[in-house]
Design a protein around this ligand. Structure first.
Ligand SMILES: Nc1ncnc2c1ncn2[C@@H]1O[C@H](COP(=O)(O)OP(=O)(O)OP(=O)(O)O)[C@@H](O)[C@H]1O
Length: 247
């Protein structure tokens, strides 16, 4: 692993279930992710994208191979240390926002810190809130916010601990294109300005066009990679996988 590699998968494999019911979701994926790099993970439905992200980021346990975060083999950690790596080194963003409905936007944002008894560092918290454009919404509860605003709260919550890695699973899947573009622009800023490593699962070639690099999975294996992608190039590549599904 070179010193710029922040996350690394080596022959990462995952089989769900056993016997006749066994499903091979990942069949040995090897890939490294550098500091400050924004990578989109694409592929047809069921190709293993979410499984890959979840195994690499310690949300799911691989059945073979190795996931390393900042040089640490996640398989060598007990539950407590794995939780610490997830909480301190990775910021998660999901398609469904996952905000706590009884807390205000601000309380949701600082929750990862409150859970470990810490208080936000003011200058960083101010930067994060400004970056997501929520200065005037901090006292609102999720039900009082639009979907795009809720996802920006979720992004701020992911950023508040200043993690080295942002792991996002279909972050724009429930958003209109304008709200989606705000999230994708924020991820570019995370990578370029704050040197975070952004890993994003997406179905959307337009979203992948914001990334520095795209990995293509099919049937649980890495089948292609593209650097400095454009949405059109990604779309053309996806059409080769699923000509009917991508228009
Ligand atoms: N908990 C589970 N139990 C059994 N099989 C699972 C489980 N999670 C995923 N799978 C299977 O593993 C394969 C890969 O799933 P995964 O969700 O990683 O794919 P994906 O590329 O993210 O799909 P999508 O784009 O539809 O979200 C699929 O065949 C899926 O049905």
């Amino acid at each position: 692993m070179n010193e710029q590699t922040v996350a690394e998968a080596v022959q990462l494999g995952k089989v769900y279930g056993d016997g006749d019911a066994a499903v091979t979701a990942l069949a040995g994926v090897t890939a490294g992710f550098r500091r400050g790099e924004f990578t989109a993970i694409m592929g047809p439905s069921g190709s293993g994208k979410s499984t890959f992200l979840h195994c690499l980021a310690g949300l799911d346990e691989p059945t073979s191979g190795t996931a390393r975060i900042a040089g640490t083999d996640l398989g060598s950690l007990d539950d407590e240390n794995l939780t610490r790596v997830r909480r301190e080194q990775i910021g998660f963003v999901f398609q469904s926002f996952n905000l706590l409905p009884t807390l205000t936007a601000w309380e949701n944002i600082v929750l990862p810190l409150s859970l470990s008894g810490r208080t936000p560092e003011k200058s960083w918290a101010d930067q994060v809130v400004a970056a997501v454009g929520l200065e005037n919404r901090l006292g609102h509860r999720p039900a009082q916010l639009s979907g795009g605003q809720q996802q920006r709260v979720a992004c701020a919550r992911a950023l508040i601990t200043r993690p080295e890695i942002i792991a996002a699973d279909e972050p724009t899947g429930n958003l209109d294109s304008r709200s989606g573009a705000q999230i994708l622009g924020l991820f570019q800023r995370c990578a370029r300005e704050w040197q975070q490593t952004v890993l994003m699962v997406t179905h959307d070639p337009l979203a992948a066009g914001y990334a520095d690099r795209v990995l293509f999975l099919a049937d649980g294996v890495l089948v292609d990679e593209m650097r400095q992608p454009t949405a059109d190039q990604v779309l053309a590549r996806m059409r080769r996988f699923e000509p009917q599904a991508v228009r």
